[in-house]
Ligand binder design. Structure first.
Ligand code: NDP
Length: 315
């Protein structure tokens, strides 16, 4: 049978390019978990995906009710789940004030981390039941949340501190809107959320790899300077960022190339290792990359896991 893969945020950018790359092989059925059904339908058509290779299901990661509803709908479809790709994200670098999810969490960490945390925890049981030979749970990371890299050292740097804001509910009422308890900073909130993504992947690996055989992985697909991720940025930035990445840092990858990379992490028989953060070199060959100290701190990973469980109502 075909493999079934859920990709969140498959209505644009990396998620769409990955959906296309997998659908084209004829070996995958892609379940596109998207907040805007019509946009997703148009997107799938625009890249030429054929009907029998995908299903769109509504998923708004900024609402935990929606996450639970999505899992219900998916389970009712009767499809087995072989691979889950947590790809969707929001990035709000110019926001002066915080905005919030349905449950009142700061939007970037609420969507990118907490929404995916609940989703992947709920879907783990479905993945356990699948008889697919190579099951994988993939969370898209980023270099910007990784302070052992040049890009990760551009201020404001990711820093989760002692998690006091997260423990307090990240709501700006009785706690800070930032994980470390500091003042709101949209760019930092995104980087912090990506550190949480990378820590979550490793904690999944420690807790569940042996028992389930599922490979847990994260990746940095390269700088895809053309995606909608930068839609909230100032116009001058949006104009200069792609050529800057192309000609100066040379870290630029096209959406198509990045999609092929993520598709490799989904299906390549040589990328089955668990607990790994994948990157690609200039020749576009994959290698196991090292994470920053904070993004590989086992104690922090456990704490983020435990605090997040409480926030999403699992503990
Ligand atoms: P895009 O903005 O193009 O894609 C993000 C996707 O997430 C969109 O499809 C968007 O939906 C979806 N999304 C946002 N909020 C929600 C929500 N509440 N519920 C469901 N879906 C939501 O950006 P990219 O393709 O660049 O980003 C994809 C991933 O790649 C992210 O995890 C990002 O952190 C990561 N990444 C990107 C890099 C880059 O250079 N661009 C570099 C490294 C990592 P909609 O279409 O409705 O807006």
């Amino acid at each position: 049978r075909k493999g079934n893969v859920i990709i969140t945020g498959a209505s644009s950018g990396l998620g769409l390019a990955t959906a296309k790359a997998l659908a084209e092989t004829g070996k995958w059925h892609v379940i596109m978990g998207c907040r805007d059904f019509l946009k997703a339908e148009r997107a799938a058509k625009s890249v030429g995906m054929s009907k029998e290779n995908y299903t769109i299901m509504h998923l708004d990661l900024a609402s935990l009710d929606s996450v639970r509803q999505f899992v219900d709908n998916f389970e009712r479809s009767g499809m087995p789940l072989d691979v889950l790709v947590c790809n969707a994200a929001v990035y709000l670098p110019t926001a002066k004030e915080p905005t919030f999810t349905a449950e009142g969490f700061e939007l970037s960490v609420g969507t990118n981390h907490l929404g995916h945390f609940l989703l992947s925890r709920l879907l783990l049981d479905d993945m356990k039941k699948s008889d697919y030979p190579s099951k994988r749970l993939i969370i898209v990371g980023s270099i910007t949340g990784n302070t052992n890299t040049l890009a990760g050292n551009i201020p404001p740097k990711a820093n989760l501190g002692d998690l006091r804001g997260l423990s307090g509910g990240l709501n700006g009422l009785n706690s800070s809107t930032m994980i470390d308890g500091g003042d709101f900073d949209g760019a930092k909130a995104y980087k912090d959320s990506k550190v949480c993504n990378m820590l979550t992947m490793q904690e999944f690996h420690r807790r569940y790899h042996e028992e389930t055989g599922i490979a847990f992985a994260s990746l940095y697909p390269g700088c895809i300077a053309t995606t909608g991720l930068f839609r909230e940025h100032i116009p001058l930035f949006r104009l200069l960022f792609p050529p800057f990445q192309k000609y100066i840092t040379k870290g630029f990858v096209s959406e198509e190339e990045a999609g092929k990379r993520l598709a490799q992490v989904v299906s390549d028989p040589s990328l089955t290792k668990s607990g790994v953060y994948w990157s690609w070199n200039k020749e576009s060959a994959s290698f196991e990359n090292k994470l920053s100290q904070e993004a590989s701190d086992a104690e922090k990973a456990r704490k983020v896991w435990e605090v997040s469980e409480k926030l999403v109502g699992l503990a």
